[in-house]
Every structure is written in structure tokens, then in C-alpha cells.
Design a protein around this ligand. Sequence first.
Ligand code: NAD
Length: 294
Amino acid sequence: EKTVVLITGCSSGIGLGLAVRLASDASCRFKVYATMRNLAKKERLLECVRGCHASTLEILQLDVTDPLSLAAAAQQVQEQRVDVLVCNAGVGLMGPLETCSYQAMKTIFDVNVFGTIGTIQAFLPGMKRRKAGKIIISSSVGALQGIPFNAVYCASKFAVEGLCESLAVILQQFNVHITLIECGPVNTSFLANLQRMDTEGCVLQGLDPQTCALYSQYLQHSQSLFRDVAQDTEEVLQVFLEAICTPCPPLRSFTTQFFMPLTRLKLTSPDGSEYVRAMHKFVFSAGEAQGDRV
Ligand code: NAD
């Protein structure tokens, strides 16, 4: 019997890559429900899986912010069970907090937080009943530590960490495993897809010059970070595959060790002062040797 996997956000990036990888598994071990908000974007996925076994992939419409769309997608799973649920849909928001509109912040929380909660709620009862299942979340280094000018994105991703850590405590009794995959920067269209305020926009909105200057410095840092340390989707997918194929995957799995020195500061200096100092240095002291940047 095939492992039934349902993935959200499959029109691009990690979701698309994972759907292709699982659907083209040489031993046809998986039946993949690749879901996306907008089915008009399914061509890329179809192109990538061309030639692979027809019975391993189905594409469904699913907007994680729409309960009716979620219910309809769940109904269309022929096997009437999902063994592995991958909550991957997510959006970013970058800019000084003062420039983030209520609408933009609400969208981030609707997709990243309520969308993830709703998706889990749709499939959790079945997993509990069967006493089997895996929930895998596309999480982020920004879910574990604050990143300047990503405050709202980090707030939404932190929320999902709290959600999953809380669930994990009881789900082990149901043989349901929940795993957060902590990704650093990944070469996907995430940067292109995120809502980003530009420096000129900040100036136009009358933001103070000091914040504008810091933001402009941050944008440069972010660009070079993506250039220097972003992982390829394939590398990150390996960690997803491990979580899918291991019987009892851990609550957190890291795709990269690069941010570990920064992440650890929360534990070694619980009052946060070390982290704030180190992150400030990491982002705003350009030109230092890469080795001392973290
Ligand atoms: P991406 O932008 O290519 O993929 C995100 C996908 O989510 C898109 O296909 C988008 O259409 C979909 N989506 C957005 N709103 C949706 C909705 N309402 N319903 C259903 N789908 C929706 O970027 P990605 O890098 O593949 O991102 C996937 C996940 O990985 C996200 O949750 C993101 O936060 C996380 N992540 C990405 C990075 C990175 O650097 N790329 C780093 C850490 C974490």
C-alpha cells in the first residue's frame, strides 16, 4: 500500500520540489496529493513530473485560508486517509514594522498561522483514529530567533513552533509524529513572492532616516546571505525525505548548521542580551570575515 502524502503550497519552491520527488519515486512508494491555491499554476508541476507514473500524483485546489477549500480537498482524497501531511504553504513580509499595513500582517497570519492550524485540524482526527500519521511543517530559522525587519514573519513562524511543540506532547500517545523542518535561506521564489517594502517606500512613508538606513543595510545583508549560504531546494528536500521515511522523526530537524551558534545563544544566555548583540553584529557589521559573523 502506498504512503499517502498531502502537501500544501505546491505551485513553486519546496512544495513543488517535494511533490515531484515523491511522485517520481522509483519504487512508487507514495501517492502524492499536491495542492495549490491557484490551479492555473499547475503547469510547472506537470512539466516536472512528465513521464512519471500517473497513479502517484494528483493535483488539488487548496487555499489554506479558506475552510471550504480545505474541506473539499480533504474529501477528494480517494484513500480517505492521509499518512503524511506536509504544511508548507507560507508567505513572508519584510520591512520596518511601522510600514507593515494591517492588511499585509493579517495575510501573513492567515496563511502562516491560521492556514497551518486549519490544515492540521482537517487531518488530525483521522490520524488520531488510525493511531498513525506524520505532520511535517516547513519552518524556518526565523521561527526560532528574531530577524530584524522580519518581525511579523518571525512572529507568525514562532506561533507555529508553539503550536507544534504543544501538540507534540500529546500526539506521541497517538503515534502521530510532528516535525518542524528548520530551513535557513533556500533558493526558491520565496524572496520574490514575499511582500517587501523598499527603502524608497520607507522614505515616502516618512519613516525616520535612521531606520531607513538600517533597513537599507539589512537588505544588502539579506542579499549577500542568500548569495553565500542559501541552500538548493534539493538539499533541503533530503531533510524532508528523512522525516517522511524515519519511523519516529524528532520534533525539529535542521537543514543547515550555519545558524546554530546564533540559535544556541537563546539557551546559553536566556535573558536574550547575547543574542541581540550577536544578531546585530551579524547583520550590521558588514565586511568582517565570514567566520566571525556568526
Ligand atoms: P515559495 O514562495 O516558492 O512557496 C510558498 C508556496 O505557498 C507558494 O507556492 C504559494 O503559492 C503558497 N501559498 C501562499 N499562500 C497560500 C495559500 N493561502 N494557500 C495555499 N498555498 C499558499 O517559497 P518556499 O521557499 O518554497 O516556501 C515554502 C515554505 O518554506 C514557506 O512556509 C516558507 O516560510 C518556508 N521557508 C522558506 C525559506 C526560504 O528561504 N525559501 C526559509 C525558511 C522557511
